[in-house]
Design a protein around this ligand. Structure first.
Ligand SMILES: Cc1cc2nc3c(=O)[nH]c(=O)nc-3n(C[C@H](O)[C@H](O)[C@H](O)COP(=O)(O)O)c2cc1C
Length: 350
């Protein structure tokens, strides 16, 4: 199936596996690329050296195109952009709108730039700055998320910009792909569905929690870092919501210290990143520390397998996912279902 997304990035199928912190590593990205979809490495939870090594690892296992996701507001975003350019990565995906300069630098080097947005005005802004496509995430999507559902946001963004739009938030199958295309999208991007594959390195106990979840077990909370964040509702999340300010903050400082050690960031860099993440909102030091704390909570689940002590970011779609296919099987299944759905659509009377 050819769409502006496949043309732009050189992948076979109009499907993207998004950059999920601690989840979208070389193994998942390679499996996605080999399945003919666009895999995106998550770099916000890697040091620059780890990013370079991860890119080389993917490159050594596949000759298909892939991408790297980074935070445009990270203090070392420029260094990461250099790695993307030096290593010949095909796509740069941004968690927040990148600056005009960063877009220009990447485009000059022939890298395809695809920022993620959660609102029409952000899509308009990055389109005006020369982004090649936008990925728009509706409120049902996992991780940090907005309030507007994909079915409302997607056509709104499609109408507002004249670059390809990739739909994210709530997709898992061929029906969803056809629906997104009908709304004018160039393809779909999925996080939760790719997390729940046999190729993802997320520990089995954690995958089991996702599979067991019903749609009602997935919630949006601001208790983790002050921003609306969609995840599985667990006893731990409820306890964060109940914890008083002081207790929550003490725990956050401890975990932020752990992330600082792991990531090699200085406190100053972490505070700068935290400040940028607050994005000009009403700031408090406790919120900044909480923001720095998020990666550690995600890591506790996604790497260490702690279902009791971590954050399991999840889209609502986890409530209706019940299996763990490999990426190859998943992508093939979506494409054949999409073809079937297209054939079965009612046609207007001549
Ligand atoms: C476990 C998890 C971690 C995520 N981490 C990131 C991240 O580091 N950067 C980012 O831009 N988006 C992140 N997201 C959001 C996804 O990239 C994607 O936009 C979202 O999952 C799409 O919705 P879906 O889960 O319904 O497919 C994350 C999502 C999940 C489920």
């Amino acid at each position: 199936m050819r769409t502006p997304l496949t043309e732009l990035t050189g992948v076979r199928h109009p499907i993207v596996q998004t950059g999920m912190g601690w989840v979208a590593g070389p193994r998942l990205v390679t499996a996605t690329a080999n399945a003919g979809a666009l895999g995106i490495l998550a770099s916000a939870t890697m040091t620059p050296a780890e990013l370079r090594a991860a890119v080389r690892e993917v490159r050594s296992r596949t000759d298909r195109p892939f991408g790297v996701n980074l935070r445009a507001d990270a203090g070392d975003a420029r260094e990461r952009v250099r790695i993307i350019v030096d290593e010949g990565v095909r796509v740069a995906s941004f968690a927040l709108a990148p600056s005009r300069d960063l877009i220009a630098e990447l485009k000059d080097a022939g890298v395809v730039v695809i920022p993620s947005v959660g609102a029409r005005r952000h899509a308009e802004k990055v389109a005006g700055w020369g982004a090649d496509a936008v990925l728009v995430q509706g409120g049902e999507g996992g991780g940090h998320t907005g309030e507007v559902a994909t079915t409302v946001l997607l056509p709104q963004v499609v109408d507002a910009v004249d670059i390809p739009v990739i739909a994210a938030g709530g997709f898992r199958d061929g029906r969803g792909l056809v629906a997104a295309l009908a709304h004018g999208a160039a393809g779909i991007a999925m996080g939760t569905r790719f997390l729940l594959t046999s190729d993802s390195t997320v520990p089995d106990a954690v995958k089991a929690r996702y599979l067991a979840a019903t749609v009602k077990d997935i919630t949006v909370t601001t208790a983790v870092d002050g921003l609306p964040h969609r995840m599985l509702r667990t006893e731990f999340v409820s306890s964060l919501e109940r914890a008083g300010r002081v207790r929550g903050l003490t725990q956050a400082v401890r975990r932020a210290a752990g992330f600082r050690k792991l990531s090699g960031l200085s406190w100053a860099a972490m505070v700068r990143d935290g400040l940028a993440m607050r994005h000009g909102k009403d700031l408090s030091w406790s919120q900044i520390l909480l923001a720095a704390n998020t990666p550690m909570l995600l890591r506790a689940s996604m790497v260490e397998g702690r279902t009791d002590l971590g954050v399991m970011a999840s889209g609502q779609i986890a409530g209706v996912i019940e299996d763990l296919p490999g990426c190859e099987e998943l992508v093939a299944r979506i494409m054949s279902e999409a073809a079937q759905v297209l054939r079965a659509l009612p046609h207007p009377e001549p």
